[in-house]
Design a protein around this ligand. Structure first.
Ligand code: PGA
Length: 248
């Protein structure tokens, strides 16, 4: 089945010192059932991968380009990220869909590129507030997930459900809504890829996960971990979330 996943999305934040701090806490609080992934800014990937050696920590990127090489100033290919030492890559985060106009078609190409070099994609999808209020969130999100995943998807692919209105706002989705959405995503994955693969795919929840709500969220069916933004920048908070997942 593979381990549950606690992934920290540092966004455009973080430092070398912060990496040392979280690594020390991970060492002090072993979590054998949890894979911990830190996704720092690209400038820190190589350093972070070196630091993670010998610790129960893996490193991810926050994006990659769909092409292998080429005239794309400022972009990084999946191969480059992999060579820098990353094993995972967040793709289709709502901030990239909003800030960089990424469509599910573009995310799909990035997922394919990541898989070609052996990077484990963490594919994000989520509804905005008006979509939640329209009552169509489940259809919108499951469609976004499926549109972002290639036909050869297997159990190494990770999906993250992140309601946009819950990201960085301190608001979390109701537990019943998380249960409904994660169940619907699992069912959609089963329909498309079969039960064996769908059961292997980890479905993470993201959106204001904190030490004080983590245990409740991790108790929800079909929640296999979390994608954590703000709270992953505070080593003590992220460590508490990892422990909550270990105990779930
Ligand atoms: P948050 O961010 O935990 O700060 O809400 C989650 C994310 O954007 O992945």
């Amino acid at each position: 089945m593979g381990r549950k996943i606690a992934a920290g999305n540092w966004k455009m934040n973080g430092s070398r010192a912060a990496l040392a701090e979280i690594t020390a806490l991970i060492d002090a609080h072993p979590s054998p059932n949890v894979e911990t992934v830190i996704c720092p800014p690209a400038t820190l990937i190589s350093f972070a991968a070196d630091q993670a050696q010998g610790h129960d920590l893996t490193i991810g990127a926050q994006d990659c380009h769909a092409s292998v090489t080429g005239p794309h100033t400022g972009d990084l290919s999946a191969y480059m990220i992999h060579e820098a030492g990353a094993t995972h890559v967040i793709l289709g985060h709502s901030e990239r869909r909003a800030d960089h106009g990424e469509t599910s078609d573009m995310v799909l190409d990035k997922v394919k590129a990541a898989r070609r070099v052996g990077l484990r994609p963490i594919v994000c999808a989520g509804e905005d507030l008006s979509e939640r209020e329209s009552g169509n969130a489940v259809e919108i999100v499951t469609e976004e997930v499926l549109a972002s995943l290639p036909d050869d998807t297997d159990g190494s692919v990770v999906v993250a459900y992140e309601p946009i209105w819950a990201i960085g706002t301190g608001k979390t989705a109701e537990l019943a809504d998380i249960a409904e959405m994660h169940g619907a995503i699992r069912a959609a994955l089963t329909d498309r890829f079969g039960a064996e693969i769908a059961d292997e795919i980890k479905i993470l929840y993201g959106g204001s996960v904190k030490p004080d709500n983590a245990a409740d969220i991790f108790a929800v069916a079909n929640v296999d971990g979390a994608l954590v933004g703000g709270a992953s920048l505070k080593a003590v908070d992220f460590s508490a979330i990892i422990t909550a997942l270990e105990l779930a």
